[in-house]
Write a protein of this length. Structure first.
Length: 299
């Protein structure tokens, strides 16, 4: 499974123009980052590009020379949710203008706090719509056709035969229910149409008729109707107070016992305990998760 931030992370080339067009023209503005390289640092392959436009300052450098660097830093380039934009950091950067988040989601940011310091927040809408939609379809196919299990069986030294019921389910003609039909959701629908799937969707706002007809999507005003009818339910929502644990025990019990839940948004959109319980009791058939809560799951 792809870690949540890996899915959200994008090429540096995409985030820099978006984030810094609101800044005054100047040579190489001082920009705070966490670290370079390592498991969660800014990709080393991006550094050369970034240094052509920004004067990068790591947190280590900043803390070692805080008095000199504090008034110079005008931007924070956030990668893997770091450096953390807390009150202490914001107070120490009097000339900070923008926090550039290397991903779409900003649920890890206290937007009210940041705004109170007169700082703007930039993210990267649409930058990873296609890759995320690809991942959603990959998880759908992998779970339907039991690809991971098949791989394990094929390489197991104990395998003597391959039972037919391990081959999974056909997705052609199956019903996909998309909860969250934004940019990514719509791209998933476009891909699902190529597999001749029936498409239902639930969204805060209904898409226009032309969009619906282009992918053959049918709008469900009530999420419950979508859950009851779908063979696959894919979650593609932003994490907000309203979507926190949107899918819980009640919602899972509305799904078909043969249905598969796919989550490519945020782990906290699903009540993890309720999902584990539903899988153990076979309330639903399976779950394919790009994200979990907590992440990674306890081993």
């Amino acid at each position: 499974m792809m870690p949540e931030e890996m899915r959200d992370s994008i090429t540096a080339a995409a985030v820099v123009p978006t984030a810094f067009m609101i800044m005054e023209k100047q040579e190489c503005p001082y920009t705070l980052i966490d670290v370079i390289g390592g498991a969660q640092g800014v990709y080393e392959a991006h550094v050369e590009f970034l240094k052509k436009r920004l004067r990068l300052v790591t947190m280590k450098e900043f803390l070692e020379n805080k008095e000199v660097l504090s008034p110079k830093i005008q931007a924070v380039f956030m990668w893997w949710k770091r450096p953390e934009a807390n009150k202490e950091l914001l107070q120490s950067l009097p000339n900070l203008k923008v926090i550039a988040n290397s991903g779409v989601g900003v649920d890890h940011l206290d937007l009210k706090l940041i705004s109170s310091f007169g700082v703007k927040v930039a993210n990267t809408p649409s930058a990873v719509s296609n890759p995320t939609a690809d991942l959603g379809m990959a998880l759908l196919l992998a779970s339907a056709r039991r690809i991971v299990e098949g791989y394990q069986i094929a390489f197991s030294p104990h395998t003597k035969c391959f039972h037919a019921d391990w081959m999974g389910e056909e997705i052609t003609g199956a019903t996909l229910g998309i909860i969250g039909m934004g940019s990514i959701g719509y791209k998933v629908a476009q891909r699902a149409k190529a597999f001749e799937m029936k498409i239902l969707y639930h969204n805060r706002n209904r898409r226009n008729e032309a969009d619906e007809q282009a992918v053959g999507a049918v709008y469900c005003q009530k999420m419950e109707d979508l859950l009851q009818q779908s063979d696959f339910v894919m979650l593609i929502l932003r994490l907000t107070p309203q979507t926190f644990k949107l899918i819980g025990k009640k919602e899972l019990e509305l799904m078909k016992p043969t249905a598969i839940l796919i989550n490519i948004c945020r782990g906290q959109v699903v009540d993890q305990d309720a999902l584990v319980n539903a899988l153990e009791k076979r309330v639903i058939k399976a779950a394919a998760l790009d994200v979990t809560d907590p992440e990674p799951l306890p081993r």
